[in-house]
Design a protein around this ligand. Structure first.
Ligand code: AMP
Length: 361
């Protein structure tokens, strides 16, 4: 489901294994089609077209989570009727779609989060401002990503006024956590419960969008162990099968979990040039029930995203990087360049991973 860059990078791993990939999305000439996928172009809500697609495939996975409920229940019912393998389960996708369900699932699994309060009804608009600590962030409960749909409120007055402006209820209010580092773990869980994972990475965001990933993150041992333990706990508690990326805030020894994405994650792209196995190959292995790698040796890689404003083929900077065999370019085949749009990324796998993108802007 989906035909963007994550589906494209999945194709690039999977087709050499002899598999055929089909993608379903409303987009024609998608990034995935450019990498060899058969394209099924229809709206997600088109139950007839979606059912025809499901009849033609042997297993289904997802490259993004914001799939309408009608499509998820169509997939779920079809899978129950026919035995079509669907990984991760639609229930896991539903958790990841909804910040309130997601954070509640973290807490059930014993994973710490920021304090959060739902704004689901009129009464919540009155009661939440007196409960929450400031500063806080008002977020859309569903369909939010890369900081979209978020308002930071420093005082009770600001929150009351932001809540009064809401056109619909489906929101949550989160307390702001003054973290010093952000981290993520990419984990794969197989049908038999086997888990493979990478060491945690350290992530740096710019304007709420991921800019840099340093792998491995080089956190204190106790922090690293807790990050991995939380990722495993989530996978086991929600009976997850497939690959996910889970994101954390860190301050000293304190770790809070922010969110997880039920698919390969932008902060896992380093794995394409880590000389071992990529997160997309792990996604294939979990979906096709191939053996799980026992231990993934670590190689330092730094990833830098290329947004529309940084998309500069032929520039002195890009040509200099291309002269250096440690810089690997991954472009997503998007024809329309827009500010803030993810166009591709660089991976650097050479001897100075900390300084690979210093002065790149
Ligand atoms: P999100 O859409 O929840 O991933 O938020 C995007 C980014 O906003 C995060 O990666 C953080 O840098 C920042 N952010 C979101 N929620 C919080 C919070 N509760 N406290 C501090 N920073 C946050």
């Amino acid at each position: 489901m989906g035909a963007g860059q994550l589906a494209r990078m999945f194709c690039l791993e999977v087709i050499p294994f002899g598999y055929e990939v089909s993608v379903y999305s409303p987009e024609k000439n998608s990034p995935a089609a450019g990498a060899g996928a058969n394209e099924f172009v229809s709206e997600y809500e088109d139950v007839t077209a979606l059912t025809d697609f499901l009849k033609k495939i042997d297993a289904l996975t997802f490259e993004f989570e914001n799939i309408p409920e009608i499509a998820l229940s169509t997939i779920e019912n079809f899978s129950e009727r026919t035995g079509l393998k669907v990984n991760p389960s639609p229930d896991c996708i539903r958790i990841a779609q909804n910040r309130w369900k997601e954070k509640t699932s973290f807490q059930k699994a014993g994973i710490p989060t920021v304090n959060f309060y739902p704004v689901f009804k009129e009464e919540d608009k009155r009661s939440v401002p007196s409960k929450v600590k400031f500063p806080c962030i008002l977020k859309t409960n569903t369909m939010g990503y890369d900081g979209k749909g978020q308002v930071k409120c420093k005082t009770q007055e600001e929150l009351v006024s932001a809540l009064a402006d809401l056109k619909e209820f489906n929101h949550i209010v989160e307390e702001f956590f003054p973290f010093t580092d952000e981290a993520s773990v990419i984990l794969a869980r197989f049908e038999d419960g086997t888990i493979s994972h990478f060491r945690p990475s350290r992530n740096v965001h710019k304007n709420h969008i991921l800019d840099l990933t340093f792998h491995p993150g080089e956190f204190p041992k106790s922090v690293e162990e807790n990050l991995v333990a939380y990722a495993k706990k989530l996978a086991e508690t929600i009976d997850y099968v497939g690959v996910f990326g889970i994101e954390f805030f860190i301050k000293g020894e304190e770790i809070l979990c922010n969110e997880f994405a039920p698919r390969p994650h932008n902060s896992g792209h380093f794995s394409q040039d880590s000389g071992t196995i990529s997160q997309f190959a792990l996604q294939m292995r979990t979906l096709c029930n191939l053996p799980a790698p026992k231990n993934i040796p670590v190689k330092a890689v730094t990833m830098k995203n290329i947004l529309g404003e940084d998309y500069k083929p032929g520039s002195v900077l890009w040509n200099r990087a291309l002269e250096n065999p440690y810089y690997h370019l991954h472009l997503y085949g998007k024809t329309e360049v827009r500010n803030g749009r993810k166009m591709g990324h660089w991976n650097y796998s050479g001897p100075n991973p900390e300084s690979a993108f210093v002065d790149w802007g």
